[in-house]
Write a protein that binds this ligand. Structure first.
Ligand SMILES: [Zn+2]
Ligand SMILES: [Zn+2]
Length: 159
């Protein structure tokens, strides 16, 4: 993680520019809340992990939005970006990975954890589709590829 340039406190009011991103941020957070509520009332047809997929995916969306606004579009200030990190609006670990080559599209940090209980390393969603074909995996497997942790359908940089 890059060092925080100007010290900003967690309880500081939102820095300038916040109003620009607030509507999108609030919309996504609303969706996250709904997903969390739905997860508690998870229907029996879904497994426990599957019920978590929407939560992973929305968390990813929120982090991606802020990441794009700061690193790609350069529409928000460092101060605002740091403030958002402090509010835990975004997943700093995930964003740190996106800056690395080969991890630009990483779905969630769990998928690269070797010790993650759900799958052996590397997670199937991290394997490029071309590689699966090369390994003579069935079309069915390539087509229906989905990570059991977060429901990712493939997040290799080349996909
Ligand atoms: Zn993935
Ligand atoms: Zn995965």
């Amino acid at each position: 993680m890059a060092k925080i340039a100007k010290k900003i406190k967690k309880n500081a009011p939102p820095p300038e520019g916040y109003t620009k991103i607030e509507p999108t941020l609030k919309k996504l957070q609303g969706r996250l809340k709904d997903a969390q509520t739905n997860q508690n009332a998870a229907d029996k047809t879904k497994s426990k992990t599957q019920a978590l997929w929407p939560i992973y995916q929305i968390n990813h969306q929120i982090s991606r939005y802020v990441y794009d606004m700061y690193y790609k579009k350069k529409l928000i200030s460092r101060e605002l970006y740091d403030w958002l990190l402090l509010q835990n609006y975004v997943n700093a670990d995930l964003i740190a990975k996106w800056k690395k080559q080969g991890y630009e599209n990483l779905c969630c940090v769990h998928c690269i954890l070797i010790a993650d209980k759900n799958h052996k390393n590397p997670c199937v969603c991290r394997v490029p589709k071309a590689k699966l074909v090369e390994n003579n995996e069935s079309d069915e497997k390539v087509k229906n590829l989905q990570c059991i942790t977060c429901g990712c359908k493939g997040c290799a940089s080349t996909d």
